[in-house]
Design a binder for this molecule. Structure first.
Ligand SMILES: NC(=O)c1ccc[n+]([C@@H]2O[C@H](COP(=O)([O-])OP(=O)(O)OC[C@H]3O[C@@H](n4cnc5c(N)ncnc54)[C@H](O)[C@@H]3O)[C@@H](O)[C@H]2O)c1
Length: 349
């Protein structure tokens, strides 16, 4: 069996290759690594493969999935949790196996969201640059003590709960919004609707998936409802935010800070070096000019522990497919869509 791995970085080769070598007896599988992402332009490189392994910015729309199917590919292995970049309905129609890695160190992402809050709030990113130039002036570095502040958590799934646990430890009060509340949040705070939550929170962190109901959940009206000076953090998906509205709220000094690990137009930029290019995305470039905005390149998941879990789970999903045994991470199997249709994420643009 041949597995074509797209968007393969050196660390993917290291972790997938290492796990594969350790279970080589169990998996008579050949791994073929492609550094570029999977798209209509590159799908022909899947010819001869039985399965493809993809990441967050590979584009598996209907034409790509049909081309994969025509090339003989029968399984799509996502080495991530989100599957908004895969047209599951087409995969279902063609009978393809699709599986994801639903959970890999939710603490890794939650800890990164907290790191973004702390960096932005205490201006350590600016202090770092100043000190390197011999500037020890504190003007402009004033932060706020987190203890006693109110934190809004949008989405209390695995990552939202891990984030809530940490913020509770800082001595913060927590409010959460989730259409599917869970008792697991009870030790950390209370649920409220967005209209109640937004005006009360000093920091708001997004931990919901990108779906039809969450696309641009942060837009002009929700930004207007936020407390003046509040800080917004997005480690989930770029499409949750209307970037133009956020820029306007920053310019109006209504939004006090913005920390992004994800960005709506990240697909053509993130995970690659564009330092010598003329980047055409004016909204992203405008964001990078604000002193109170931090942008990272979708790295919240990026810990040793998470990469090891992703590699193990991805190859176990492949093994389940190969052995034709039930796979607990299937999103589509034998023509059946196993995720609730009403909750299907939409494709990111
Ligand atoms: N930056 C990264 O590296 C990285 C890594 C992993 C995951 N993520 C993102 O984090 C998101 C959350 O991951 P998770 O593992 O906690 O997922 P999860 O499925 O465990 O939790 C998502 C939660 O969002 C809730 N939700 C659904 N619709 C909502 C809405 N309209 N408003 C508020 N909440 C809503 C769900 O009920 C659920 O409780 C993923 O969808 C993914 O986009 C980012």
């Amino acid at each position: 069996m041949k597995l074509a791995v797209f968007s393969a970085k050196p660390y993917d080769k290291r972790y997938l290759g290492g796990v594969h070598a350790a279970r080589a007896d169990a998996d008579p599988v050949e791994l073929i690594f492609h550094e570029f992402s999977l798209s209509q332009d590159t799908v022909s490189l899947a010819n001869g493969a039985d399965a493809v392994c993809v990441f967050v910015n590979d584009s598996l729309d209907t034409p790509v999935i049909e081309a994969l199917h025509n090339a003989g590919v029968r399984a799509i292995l996502l080495r991530c949790a989100g599957f908004n970049n895969v047209d599951l309905r087409t995969a279902e129609k063609l009978g393809l196996f699709v599986a994801n890695v639903p959970s890999y160190s939710p603490e890794a992402v939650a800890e990164f969201a907290v790191a973004l809050i702390q960096t932005l709030n205490r201006n350590t990113h600016r202090a770092y640059n100043r000190v390197r130039e011999g500037n020890f002036n504190l003007e402009g570095l004033l932060g706020r003590t987190l203890h006693g502040k109110t934190i809004g958590v949008i989405g209390t799934g695995k990552i939202g709960l891990a984030f809530a646990r940490i913020m509770k430890g800082f001595g913060c009060s927590l409010l959460a919004f989730d259409p599917y509340p869970t008792d697991a949040f009870a030790p950390y705070g209370e649920y409220a609707d967005l209209d109640t939550l937004l005006p009360q929170c000093d920091f708001v962190s997004l931990h919901c998936p990108l779906t039809d109901s969450t696309r641009q959940i942060i837009s002009e009206p929700t930004l207007a409802a936020m407390k003046p000076g509040a800080v917004l953090v997005n480690t989930s998906r770029g499409g949750l935010i209307d970037t133009g509205a956020v820029i306007a709220a920053l310019k109006a000094r209504h939004l006090g800070g913005l920390a992004l690990d994800v960005y709506e137009g990240e697909g053509s930029l993130f995970y690659n070096d564009h330092s010598a290019d003329i980047i055409q995305d004016d909204e992203l470039m405008r964001l990078t000019t604000f002193p109170n905005v931090l942008v990272c390149g979708h790295q919240a998941f990026f810990t040793e522990e998470a990469l090891a879990e992703i590699a193990n789970c991805t190859l176990q999903n492949l093994e389940d497919f190969r052995r034709k045994v039930p796979c607990k991470n299937s999103l589509v199997r034998e023509g059946h869509l196993l995720v609730k249709r009403a909750s299907l994420p939409v494709r990111s643009v």
